[in-house]
Ligand binder design. Structure first.
Ligand code: A3P
Length: 359
């Protein structure tokens, strides 16, 4: 009650949860997390905690904008709330839904050289698949070390399903053959289950490689080369890590709904090497003063990436960000770079900028 407070009390400005005024729409594995965390160094930026997946998952979208708003952090007036869900970029229904919420929203799209992105995507999917097959590997190989309790959800599911079909379902889900990204249904469930076990991935991965069942080993060991190129030498265009890298296909849909000026393309390869210069462009695009500076970063030799310096301490991104990529046959890399050359050109035309990716 206002009467009980002395009139000289300190006045705190009001905060409330607001719908985002800017979105990081993708592309997955291009540094979407790094970009969000780096922007959060700015006093005018507030960020949603996880990936909310409001626009791409019907079960969330149907809950309505109030549900979405309540997922947002508290902010002061004048601050910008940002959410990132990388699957927005590749989900056809999303641009129109975003426009219906806020036609003047600012969109951030971070990209990397498409073949590097595809290999990063493969690396992540393989690590998820390795996590998922562990319970099977353990039950046949025995003595899996510290991973037993961690087998959790995947182990429970394994008991309900014939082991082989579970294995295939997971690997297919992980590699996106069934278009699980942004989709719902069985495939999406599998992906969710995999991500629930992800916390313990590093330990489990080492266990898996030491005690695999033959089939699990065969499947998990499918190389990027095998998945990306058919035996007859043609490119497997339907392989999800490759089709997501066809940026022009997806961007085209966004530009049918939003004017070009409302979208900023961030160069993810440059963000890794020189975060400040990329952030400067983004601050200008968002209409906020230039505040994120080199003092906010230090290069961590062990991680091989820049880490962040907040007021309350230093922080690197998790170990799932900045994974070591497997060696990929240079012939395959150059075959894929040639394959992407034409697509990249179309992407440059759409954005009006040449990103200079190698052919
Ligand atoms: P890799 O793990 O393949 O190297 P996303 O968050 O969209 O999944 O992107 C993950 C990618 O962010 C990582 O891919 C990494 O290259 C990149 N990245 C950019 N800046 C980073 C940083 N400062 N620390 C860790 N990873 C960073």
């Amino acid at each position: 009650h206002p009467m009980v407070f002395p009139s000289s009390r300190v006045h705190f400005p009001k905060t409330s949860r607001r719908l985002p005024q800017a979105l990081i729409i993708g592309v997955r594995k291009c540094g979407t997390r790094a970009l969000l965390e780096m922007l959060y160094l700015h006093p005018r930026i507030q960020k949603a905690g996880g990936e909310v997946h409001f626009f791409d998952r019907d079960e969330n979208y149907l809950k309505g904008l109030e549900w979405y708003r309540k997922k947002m952090p508290h902010s002061f007036r004048g601050q910008i709330t940002i959410e990132k869900s990388p699957s927005y970029f590749v989900s056809p229904e999303v641009p129109e839904r975003v426009r219906a919420m806020n036609a003047s929203i600012k969109l951030l799209l971070i990209v990397r050289e498409p073949v590097t992105r595809a290999i990063s995507d493969y690396t992540q999917l393989r690590s998820h698949a390795a996590t998922a097959i562990l319970p099977l590997a353990e039950s046949s190989g025995g003595g899996g070390g510290g991973g037993a309790s961690a087998a959790g959800a995947a182990a429970a599911a394994a008991q309900k399903m014939p082991s082989q079909s579970l294995l295939y379902a997971k690997l297919q889900a992980a590699h996106g053959y069934d278009n699980t990204l942004g989709g719902s249904g069985a495939g999406a469930k599998e992906t969710k289950m995999i991500s629930n076990t992800r916390r313990v991935a590093p330990m489990m991965m080492t266990t898996t490689t030491t005690t695999p069942t033959p089939n699990a080993a065969q499947l998990a060991a499918k190389s990027f080369e095998e998945l990306a190129i058919f035996p007859n030498g043609t490119v497997n265009e339907a392989y999800r890590p490759l089709s997501i890298s066809m940026y022009h296909v997806h961007l085209h849909r966004w530009l049918e709904v939003f004017p070009r000026e409302q979208l900023l393309v961030v160069n993810g390869d440059r963000l890794i090497e020189d975060p400040v210069s990329q952030l400067k462009r983004i601050e200008a695009f968002l209409g906020i003063e230039h505040r994120v500076r080199s003092e906010h970063f230090y290069f961590n030799e062990t991680k091989g990436f820049y880490c962040l310096r907040y007021d309350n301490g230093d922080r690197c991104l998790r170990e799932t960000k900045g994974r070591k990529h497997p060696h990929v046959d240079p012939i395959v890399v150059s075959r894929l770079r040639k394959f992407f050359a034409e697509y990249n050109q179309r992407f440059y035309e759409l954005v009006g900028e040449d990103l200079g990716w190698p052919e």
